[in-house]
Write a protein that binds this ligand. Sequence first.
Ligand SMILES: C[S@@+](CC[C@H](N)C(=O)[O-])C[C@H]1O[C@@H](n2cnc3c(N)ncnc32)[C@H](O)[C@@H]1O
Length: 280
Amino acid sequence: MYASQPPEGWYEANRARWDERVPLHAASEFYGLADFRAGKDPLRDFELAEVGDVTGRSLLHLQCHMGQDTLSWARHGASRVVGLDFSEPAVETARTLAADLGLGPDRAAFVAADAYDAAGAVPDSAYDIVYTGGGALCWLPDIDRWAETAAALVAPGGFLYLAEFHPLIDVFDDETGSRVINDYFTSDVWVDTTPGTYADIDAGIETVHNRSVEWQHPIGEVVTAIAKAGLRIEFLHEHDVTLNQRYGTLRRHDDGYYRFPADRPRIPLMYSIKASKPAA
Ligand SMILES: C[S@@+](CC[C@H](N)C(=O)[O-])C[C@H]1O[C@@H](n2cnc3c(N)ncnc32)[C@H](O)[C@@H]1O
């Protein structure tokens, strides 16, 4: 349900929810850690194409969860990757994964910190690429502050790359994805109490920390925040695919993406932005 103000203790509630889900995610087919260790690449093909060659570049991943995407960039040749997440269990899992892959802390480091505190928490003052993806921005109340934080960590000549779920998807009903039931521009917060995890919806897993508080960030606000933070928008791409069964009508394809049936008008389901900092 929507609420006009975030409930007291929202930050601790969000963190407790994520902390509790880390072991569930680590054991889930959705995150597939065994396949990942064996070499499976979880990065999306459009991300690989849009970010381009990362060989020899440093990369900071904000809100890295268990570090699979972070470590994948190292596998693609990034010289140094750093992942940040506010969940200690997530960061611990990421460190274990890095060790399993034979990547020492000089090559792949993980820090537990709030996203807004990234500048003081990460080991380097700037990175060639600052990356964030899939389901990160909704946890942050202030998108201007996020953009300033991320932009400050981009090295001169480097860029910020963001791949996110499109904010328009939250406007439509869960069953069909076609009836407008929510306000795109709302500044209310979304308070959810659904038990279990999106990584295993049908399993009926019992969980204790079920409250979460999320914010909707219209795409214009995100783009404007990044531009205001001093970066140059190189592109904003909208995608007709997503990564989960967001609406009952979506169909999973062999490439792992979910799409509307071919005879249905589409809306954008994800978007990606590249924004660069001029060379010094
Ligand atoms: C949906 S996950 C992101 C998944 C990510 N795309 C990946 O690489 O797997 C969202 C992550 O944001 C983290 N998070 C939420 N609020 C945060 C905050 N204020 N500061 C840092 N991390 C936060 C959660 O712990 C969680 O790991």
